[in-house]
Each structure stands twice: as structure tokens, then as C-alpha cells.
Design a protein around this ligand. Sequence first.
Ligand code: FPP
Ligand code: MG
Length: 344
Amino acid sequence: MNRSLSLPTADRHQPALSLSVIFAPIQTELAQVERQLFNWAKASSPALRDIARQTVSRPGKLIRPGLFLLITGYFGYDNKDKIKIAATIEAIHSASLIHDDIIDSSALRRGQATAFKAFGPEFSLLFGDYLFIKSIGRALEFKNNKIAEILAEASGQMIEGEIEELAQSFNLELTEKAYFKIIGKKTASLFQASCRLASELAGTPAEIKSELETYGFNLGLVFQIVDDLLDLKGETRETGKSRFSDLREGRITLPLIRAIKTWPEEQKKKVAGWLKRRHGEWPEPVVSFNDFLLELETGGALGSSLKTAEKLAERAKACLAKLEASPYQESLIKLTEFVLKREK
Ligand code: FPP
Ligand code: MG
């Protein structure tokens, strides 16, 4: 079945700006970050080089280092270690994705085979560990202890969030509160830490620092809700990832939680049965992913999840009210739009 489904949106008529426009004020620094990440592969031992090339040296959207650089840029903070810190943030993110792809049995990322698919779980697990511990080691090289402290704390949160998500797989009773706790830890914690690191280093007044952390946290929540919607609605050629991965792995995301609330007990039992037939072995044509998706859409679960993301994006934007107008502040505002409207 190939029904064309469109995501109900409040303001999707206006496409989001491209990241290259949003990151224009930090273009040079981001290019340096990319170069450092690229050099990870060169600096790795021959056994690690290919897997490094496939992962950390192929940077993605660079949103987390982008946040760090926009905020340090806003405050005029400049230091020789700035680029290295931004690259370390991205390397931690990259390590987490390598592990996540093993956990989710994901074959595709950024349009190419995941390390899990290309090198197998053993190499991927070890390379993820290596990248992670090297990143923390780098963070310890900086004179300011706060850097390693903030990054280690966020990493711990990410691991907790991922464990909790895994533990709750196939649990159709998962509450929204529990979902938000999971995504707060697994995703929003590193967004928040990137903002915290930047304001900590720039010596920002406590009041602004806390607003920027809340901005980062809410932006991270928006990012993950949209990620969960894209898993259902996104085109692989855009997202670079396999569609319906959450359903295959039994991950209970916001649209599903909202739909389940409206289902009678009988239907819940039926769906629980389908979900447990893991890795796509759904009893089609009794139910196909597209039928399921249509149900989530017509029942309003997709639209209401997007509305929640929109509200959180507004909340994130409101946290920037105390910043003075500047190209950096403008980019932080536009970044909320990008994260909300992104299609990849
Ligand atoms: C992506 O979620 C995963 C994360 C945001 C966090 C993953 C964290 C870990 C695996 C813990 C290990 C952490 C470190 C620091 C080594 P997703 O599966 O919803 O997103 P996807 O669609 O991009 O796969
Ligand atoms: Mg995943």
C-alpha cells in the first residue's frame, strides 16, 4: 500500500533555513572542527582507521558544537582550545551514535552503512568505547576541570537515558512523563551541556547561564520528538536512516503513546503482539507500517506530537529573550526553527 501521508503542521509552509545560513557567523570555526574530526581517522592506528573514517570523520549536522560556538561567539569568548572543545563535544555524540546503532540494529546512518553494519558489533562497540574514552581524555587535557566534569556528567545521563529506553521497549503502558525523562537524558543532556560549557567558559552571569541551559535542554527535546516523527514520516533519502526503526525495535515514542491512550484494551493487546514480532516481521498485509502510520495520523497522534514540539521550540526561543540582538543570537533563534522543521 502506498498512501501519501502528509504531516499536519502549524507553520510548515515556511521552510526552515539551511544550517549553512544559520551557522554563517561560525562558519570558519565549524570548518576547523570538521578538520579536527576528519583528522581522527588519520591519527588512529591502522586497525581503527576505516571505522573512524566511516564514523567520527564523517561529521553530520554539527548542531552541538554549533551551539557551543554560537554561544561562545555571542559572548566574545576566544581561546585557543575552543575548536578542540567543540570537536570533543561532537566526538562524544559520534561515539554515542555508534553504540546506539548497535543497540538499535541500525543499518543506515547519514545515508551510508553504519559502523555496526559495515564492521559488525564487536568492532563498533570497541571503537565507540575508544572514541568515548579518548574524548574524555581530551577533555581532561584542558586546564579547566569543569570541561571534563560537564561532559562526563552529560555522557552519564545519555547512557542512563539509553538504558531506560531499552528497558521500556515494547511497554505500551509507558507514560509521557517517562518518555520525556528518557529523551531529556539521552538527547537533551548533550544539547544542554554544550550550552552550559559555552556559558561557563565565557563567564556568563548565572541568570543568563540558566536561561541558555534551559534553551539547550528544550532544543534537545524538540530535536528528539522530531527525530521520532521522522522515523515514521521521513524519507530515507532525506534522513539517511531506515524508516520505522523505532517500531521494529519496539521503542515507544510520543506519537505512539498518544495513540495508545485512545485505544481500547483489545487493540492494545493486538498491537503489543505485532510489536513483539521484531525486526519488521509484521504480519502484513493484516497490518503494514503504512496502515499503522495512517492510524497514528488520522487519530491525531502525529499532529499533536508536532504541536508539543512546537510549544517546546517556543519555550526554547523565549529563553533567548535576555540576549541582545546580534548575529549569534539570531542564529540561536533560527536554530530552533531548523530543529523543528528539519527533514533530515
Ligand atoms: C539516538 O537515539 C541516541 C542517542 C541520542 C543517545 C545514545 C546514547 C548511548 C548509546 C549511550 C552511550 C553514550 C556514550 C556517550 C558513549 P535514536 O535511536 O532515537 O536516534 P537515531 O534515530 O538517530 O538512531
Ligand atoms: Mg537509533
